[in-house]
Design a protein around this ligand. Structure first.
Ligand SMILES: Cc1cc2nc3c(=O)[nH]c(=O)nc-3n(C[C@H](O)[C@H](O)[C@H](O)COP(=O)(O)O)c2cc1C
Ligand SMILES: CC(C)CC(=O)C(=O)O
Length: 357
């Protein structure tokens, strides 16, 4: 194998290519970036206790998430502004996700319109519709929110992912230092284009509440996932309000700094929802063993954010394909070494918290 052999090497290669301003935007997080670092290092503090002589056979990493059969328990987390990473932007990401047979959670703040992203994904497979979910920041203007939802539905998106951890924008001091607050000329967010043609700015509002989720539940028949859940009570509330899934996430440490690593909160949230809805997780997943740990602690699947944009910056579609392929192989290898063939069968006793590092 030539080139990067793991996700951290893709990161290194990509970051060497990106200019300082864009690198800081992608890699950075809120304030002291305690949570950014914690997300990754928390996985290393969890130990694996493999079972031996299970005779499980060859692992197949396929899982079912909200009725969707995917090639592995890894989805592409929504990340904004892919044209900052590569001129093809989300078009390249969509093709790579479709070819890998997994779900792209397409960001509302994509630099390519959702209709064009969906069309690009369809180019990869004529037999089945590649699964795309649409990430939504609920806007205080419900008429505008509804128009975006209708566009996502018409484009063929199969679920909505409501990001709930953003009543305000996290404080990114790297962006302040670089005076980076707007997209460069020629880039915009076409999902926010109004009928009249003007592209609106996103509003991150502290007025958004569970009532808005109830409204969305009545407005669409698509499955709804709530992303950015950290408190077990909120996971319960999401299920009570008709959500079809929750994503345990601290937004990759980009919103409120010093929230715990998401993997540390996963067991409590899995216990709180008691299997009523599937639980997903993102934040700091960089290895197949990280994925297996999340499965053991109650996640149906995980999502990766920065590794996708780094793959894109490294080599466009091929770079994203590389990231997904490397991770898939690592998951197969980790499952085999743990004594499992089926990701859905992984049990909590596979993970042990130890104080050896
Ligand atoms: C550059 C960047 C942009 C992001 N944009 C969004 C977004 O528009 N909407 C959203 O819900 N989450 C967004 N996120 C958060 C990701 O969906 C995800 O929660 C996070 O990246 C997971 O952590 P990881 O990067 O360590 O994998 C973004 C993350 C990054 C790094
Ligand atoms: C502009 C932001 C709202 C996009 C985002 O979610 C992020 O950069 O983490």
């Amino acid at each position: 194998m030539t080139g990067p052999v793991n996700l951290r090497e893709v990161e290194q290669a990509a970051r060497a290519l990106l200019d300082r301003v864009r690198d800081d935007y992608f890699a950075g997080g809120a304030q002291d970036e305690v949570t950014v670092r914690g997300n990754e290092s928390a996985f290393a503090r969890l130990a694996l206790l493999p079972r031996v002589l299970t005779g499980a056979g060859d692992p197949s990493p396929e899982v079912t998430v909200l009725g969707e059969r995917v090639s592995m328990p890894v989805l592409l987390a929504p990340t904004a502004f892919h044209e900052l990473a590569h001129p093809e932007g989300e078009r390249a990401t969509a093709r790579a996700a479709a070819a890998a047979g997994t779900i792209l959670i397409s960001a509302m703040l994509s630099t390519v319109a959702i209709e064009d992203i969906a069309a690009e994904a369809r180019k990869v497979s004529s037999e089945h519709e590649p699964p795309i979910w649409f990430q939504l920041y609920l806007q205080p203007d419900l008429g505008f929110t509804e128009a975006i939802v209708r566009r996502a539905e018409a484009a063929g998106c199969r679920a909505l992912v409501v990001t709930a951890d953003s009543p305000a924008l996290g404080r990114h001091e790297r962006n302040d230092r670089n005076d980076f607050h707007d997209l460069p000329p020629g880039m915009n967010c076409p999902n926010l284009r109004e009928q009249a043609g003007e592209v609106r700015n996103v509003v991150l509002s502290p007025e958004i509440s569970w009532r808005h989720l109830e409204w969305l539940r009545e407005t669409t028949s698509l499955p709804i996932l709530v992303k950015g859940v950290l408190h077990p009570d909120d996971a319960r509330l999401a299920a009570d309000h008709g959500a079809d899934g929750v994503i345990v996430s601290n937004h990759g440490g980009r919103q409120l700094d010093t929230t715990p690593p998401s993997i540390r909160l996963l067991p409590r949230i899995a216990d709180a929802v008691e299997g009523r809805v599937p639980v997903l997780l993102d934040g700091g997943v960089r290895r197949g063993t990280d994925v297996v740990k999340a499965l053991a602690l109650g996640a149906r699947a995980v999502a990766i954010g920065r590794p996708v944009v780094w793959g894109l910056a490294y080599d466009g579609e091929a770079g994203v394909t590389k990231v997904l392929d490397l991770l898939r192989r690592e998951i197969v290898n980790a499952l085999a070494l743990c004594g499992y063939a089926d990701p859905a069968a992984v049990r909590r006793d596979l993970v042990e918290e130890v104080s050896w590092r």
